[in-house]
Design a protein around this ligand. Structure first.
Ligand code: PLP
Length: 402
């Protein structure tokens, strides 16, 4: 098999060259093993199929290496700059502008960078917009929507508008399978179910403001912002490091938020303070900004959509052409292009698959404990070559074990 690792060479650059005593970072700038880390293998990167935190674009990681040391020739690294100084002003302004450019986001929407992961949004949304007198619709399509429903119930009434648990979360509903509540204050859905590997082909029709948890497929394909009142995404799959959350929210929804909340839980407060109500997750925002620039350099969302479809097809073909050796978890019309889930139907064989794949430098293929089997997470930054290598490995493994 043509298995190989893809090289990652730490390049020496003037911005990375310490002017004082070199720091033991482990990543020797010259690319050689340092005396402090004799076993360090500086060039080695393997195929990382992790569901999140997940692979980031190598160009972005290289730029970050430089900017951690010294950003914009300021003599100070990105993590050491004041969040109210001109360098960070530039970082956050560029990040917002690039985000708007990527998804064609109009001035009717705020772009916010918040913290606490997507899970904090599960609570903040109902805290701001739901009450004991009102109802929100939540199609339940997997673990993450179940968690969002649990949080929403703390603040008001929830209509489980589709119960995916009855079908093992193997598909997402069509519009006529969703039962909407007349007068609902919003409908919340999850565009890509990371654990089961199902994805909506388009946003569901909704009579109320539509809110999307896009944590695991944001900016993997064109997105119609105008059909949504709010889109949010934890960064650690397609955007950057964990912790920071991108929130795109229509201004009229922000204005409807409850007043009198603790300041960190009010969208209006975050919007008024330009995502800097307190010290923001500055490095996370910087990284998102770099990923946005990378997306624009790739040619934008239509290019990524095509590439992601090609990547996913390689693996789905290996499932479909295995004569039943591999079974896909998701119903074929709802298959995710971000998380490909499959199993052999034999737990021992699944374990063997995962351990043999690891020997071929493929990591992170174990399925989530709720779904079992295998999961290949192949977000924007995951290389096509890795999908090819996995598909080839799957064919060889089926031949040897079928
Ligand atoms: C779709 C989806 N929503 C929400 C979350 C929770 O994100 P966080 O851990 O950032 O709170 C995840 C995490 O993987 C996810 O995949």
């Amino acid at each position: 098999m043509g298995l190989q690792t893809h090289g990652f060479n730490f390049r020496k650059s003037s911005a990375m060259t310490p002017t004082t005593t070199p720091v033991a970072t482990g990543a020797s700038p010259s690319g050689s093993a340092s005396a402090a880390f004799p076993n360090f293998s500086p060039g080695k990167r393997i195929f990382n199929f992790s569901a999140g935190p997940a692979a980031l674009p190598e160009e972005v990681l290289r730029q970050a290496q430089q900017d951690i040391w010294n950003i914009f020739d300021s003599g100070i690294g990105i993590m050491e700059h004041s969040h109210r100084g001109p360098v960070f002003d530039r970082v956050i302004e560029e990040a917002k502008a690039d985000c708007r450019a990527i998804a064609n986001i109009s001035d009717d929407y705020e772009v916010l960078f918040l913290q606490g992961g997507a899970t904090t949004q599960f609570a903040m949304i109902p805290m701001n917009f739901l009450s004991p007198e009102t109802t929100a619709d939540y199609p339940d399509t997997g673990v993450w929507t179940t968690k969002a429903i649990k949080e929403a119930k703390l603040f008001g009434n929830v209509n489980v508008a589709f119960d995916g648990s009855k079908v093992g979360y193997t598909y997402v509903p069509s519009d006529d399978e969703i039962t909407q509540t007349p007068g609902a204050v919003y409908m919340h859905y999850c565009s890509n179910n990371t654990i089961y590997g199902t994805q909506y082909n388009q946003p569901p029709a909704s009579n109320s403001p539509l809110i999307c948890d896009a944590s695991s497929d944001i900016f993997s394909r064109p997105i119609d912002i105008n059909r949504h009142a709010m889109i949010y995404a934890g960064a650690q799959k397609n955007l950057g490091p964990s912790g920071v959350v991108l929130v795109i929210m229509r201004k009229d929804l922000i204005e409807k938020g409850r007043t009198g909340l603790a300041s960190m839980f009010s969208y209006a407060n975050h919007a008024k303070n330009d995502s800097r109500l307190n010290t923001p997750p500055a490095f996370g925002i910087y990284m998102m900004g770099q990923v946005f620039k990378w997306i624009l350099r790739q040619g934008g969302l239509a290019v990524l959509e095509k590439r992601n479809a090609e990547k996913a097809k390689l693996i789905y073909d290996a499932i479909d052409e295995s004569g039943g050796f591999y079974k896909g978890v998701a119903r074929p019309d709802c298959r995710s292009h971000m998380n490909v889930t499959f199993r052999t139907g034999n737990d021992e064989l699944d374990k063997k698959f995962i351990s043999e794949a690891a020997k071929h430098d493929m990591d992170g293929l174990k399925g989530h404990r709720n779904a079992g089997g295998m999961r290949a997470s192949i977000y924007n930054a995951f290389p096509l070559e890795g999908c090819r290598v996995l598909a080839e490995f799957m064919r060889d493994f089926a031949k040897a074990n079928g």
